[in-house]
Design a protein around this ligand. Sequence first.
Ligand SMILES: *[C@@H]1O[C@H](CO)[C@@H](O)[C@H](O)[C@H]1NC(C)=O
Length: 227
Amino acid sequence: GTMWTQEMVDLIQNEGDVDLTQRAPTHMSFPFIEWIIPSIGSGLEQANAMPSPRTLKTYLPFYLLPRKALHLLKIIYVARNPKDNLVSYYHFHRMNKALLAPWTWEEYFESFLTGKGPIPTLSCSVLGLWEARDQHHILYLLYVFVSQNPKHEIWKLGEFIGKKLDDSILGKIVHHTSFDVMKQNPMANYSAVPAEVMDRSVSPFMRKGAVGDWKNHFTVAQNKRFD
Ligand SMILES: *[C@@H]1O[C@H](CO)[C@@H](O)[C@H](O)[C@H]1NC(C)=O
């Protein structure tokens, strides 16, 4: 969802010009501010070196965002069914060698419920942003709606960013952010990241982009507990 939204935002800012959005891998165009990745560098330094207005990426929960700067920010947040989120994270962890592994599905599931796992608990980010959405410039997107009606959600993003998009540009962005096209986009599919970091033979970075895949992973008992 994050990668997807970044691609949409980039295309909106560049009025559908695909060549411009191909200028660099997504993680270079959008600094990931709380991360330092040895082969890539510090997201914060990258952000500091950019001219304004900047578009940044963060997974920080709302309460860690700087209060003094909130009125200057436009925040786009993407929430997904937490069940699908968990499945997506699980496969990402399996292939990402920089993260703790190996986890069985059962271990991963339990660690999420107890809040002791590698991914932030729901209450920090999903609910934090939801509660704040009317007090700040926050666009709260739902993955399922983007999936069902990408054109409308991209139009909403454009309005929020302040770009009027005509129908042909909207159509172009819908096409370039479809799962099959993004999977083949070398700037978005992490193909430049070496196999020591992301082992694509375990699981591709862009796996399914589907809604409801949790049904293929959760047992009936797990589903009950998760609810
Ligand atoms: C990433 O994109 C490149 C260029 O289109 C393609 O050759 C490669 O197969 C893609 N990687 C994955 C994992 O789909």
